[in-house]
Ligand binder design. Structure first.
Ligand code: FE2
Length: 335
C-alpha cells in the first residue's frame, strides 16, 4: 500500500532555504513491501533509527547557527567548510532520502524513460553494463559508503562511489554531480538478512530499483541550477577572481577606492590565472576565450592606472569596465 508520494517531498525539501528543522520522510510503501530483497525489520530500523539519527544530529548541529537558514544543497556543496557533524548528517539525510525514493517493490515499479535509456546506452552500452559497473563500485568499496549514478556538470551519466555519508554534490568529493540513483553500502542496509554477503545484497537491490523514479531524477538533474553551481565549484579560478572583483568593486561603487588600490596587482594576477585555467567542458566557446582576454587587458590597464596614482574617477570608470567584462564572462557561462 502506498503511504505518501515521497518524490514530491524530496523535491521540495532539497530546495528549502528558510530556517528549518529537518524531519523524517515516510517510505513510499510498507516496510514489508520490499521483501524478500530487503526484510521489513531492516527497512524499519534503517529508516526510524539510522536515518532519524542523522536528522536529529543535523538539527542539533545547525541549531542556533546561520546554517539554519541554508538549504540542504548549500550545506552539501560546501561540506568541506562545515563541521564533521554537519557534513556527515546532512549527507546522511540527503543520501537516505534519495535511497527511499528510488526503491519500490517489483510489482509497483514504473519503467525507464526513453531519454534515460538512450543516455544509459550511450554511456554504458547497456543496462546490464551499468549494473555491473555500479555493482563493482559498491562491492570494492572499503568500509561504509555509497555507490552512485550521477549526472555530471557536462550532463553525462557516470558511476561513482563515496565514503561514509559523503555524496557527489559535496566539494570534498573528486567526481561531482547530482545523484539520480544511490545504493547504500553500509552494513546497516543489509546485515540482518545478508550478514557478510554484501554481494548478494547488491545483486538483489536491482530488483527494487524504480526506473521511472530514476528517470524523473535524470530530467530534474539535467535542468537543476545546482548542476551549474557544481560546475562553477569545479572551476576554482573563476571563484577566486569573482572574490577579488567583489571585494574591490563594491567599495569602489561607494567611492572607496582603497581596496582596489591595494589589490589591483592581485586582481590582474587572478585574471591571468583565469585566462589560463581549464574551462569546464560545457562552457567552452570562442566568445568566452575572447572575453577572458579582454578581462586581462582591463585588469592590466587598471593596475597601471593604480600604479600611476590616477584620479579616483578614472579608477572607478575603469573598474566598472572590468566588472562589465566579468559580467559578460558570467553570462557566457549560463547554459
Ligand atoms: Fe543507511
Amino acid at each position: 500500500m502506498k503511504i505518501i508520494a515521497l518524490s514530491t517531498f524530496f523535491i521540495s525539501f532539497i530546495t528549502l532555504s528558510i530556517a528549518q528543522q529537518y524531519s523524517l520522510p515516510s517510505l513510499r510503501f510498507e516496510y514489508s513491501a520490499y521483501e524478500p530483497h530487503i526484510d521489513a525489520q531492516t527497512m524499519e530500523i534503517h529508516l526510524t533509527k539510522h536515518h532519524q539519527a542523522y536528522i536529529n544530529n543535523l538539527n542539533k548541529a545547525i541549531s542556533g547557527t546561520k546554517l539554519e537558514s541554508f538549504s540542504l544543497n548549500q550545506l552539501l556543496l560546501n561540506a568541506g567548510m562545515r563541521s564533521d557533524a554537519v557534513r556527515n548528517n546532512a549527507g546522511g539525510h540527503y543520501n537516505h532520502s534519495l535511497f527511499w525514493q528510488i526503491l519500490a517493490p517489483e510489482n509497483k515499479q514504473g519503467s525507464m524513460s526513453a531519454e534515460l535509456k538512450s543516455a544509459l546506452e550511450q554511456e554504458f552500452k547497456s543496462l546490464d553494463s551499468l549494473k555491473s559497473k555500479l555493482g563493482a563500485a559498491a562491492a570494492k568499496h572499503f568500509g561504509s559508503g555509497w555507490a552512485w549514478l550521477i549526472v555530471t556538470p557536462d550532463k553525462k551519466l557516470k558511476v561513482t562511489s563515496t565514503s561514509n555519508q559523503d555524496n557527489p554534490i559535496m566539494d570534498v568529493t573528486k567526481e561531482r554531480g547530482i545523484p539520480i540513483l544511490g545504493v547504500d553500502v553500509w552494513e546497516h542496509a543489509y546485515y540482518l538478512k545478508y550478514q557478510n554477503k554484501r554481494g548478494d545484497y547488491l545483486n538483489s537491490i536491482w530488483k527494487l530499483i524504480d526506473w521511472q523514479m530514476v528517470s524523473t531524477n535524470y530530467i530534474t538533474a539535467l535542468n537543476d541550477p545546482l548542476l551549474k553551481e557544481i560546475a562553477d565549484d569545479t572551476w576554482p579560478e573563476i571563484k577566486e577572481f569573482h572574490k577579488v572583483m567583489s571585494q574591490t568593486f563594491h567599495p569602489a561603487e561607494k567611492d572607496d577606492l582603497l581596496p582596489l588600490q591595494a589589490r589591483s596587482g592581485e586582481m590582474l594576477a587572478k585574471a591571468i590565472l583565469l585566462k589560463e585555467s581549464v574551462i569546464p567542458v560545457n562552457y567552452q566557446k570562442p566568445e568566452l576565450k575572447a572575453a577572458m582576454l579582454k578581462l586581462v587587458k582591463d585588469c592590466d590597464e587598471l593596475d597601471k592606472l593604480v600604479k600611476k596614482n590616477a584620479k579616483k574617477i578614472v579608477l572607478k570608470t575603469k573598474i566598472i569596465q572590468a566588472h562589465d567584462t566579468f559580467h559578460v564572462i558570467q553570462g557566457l557561462c549560463k547554459d
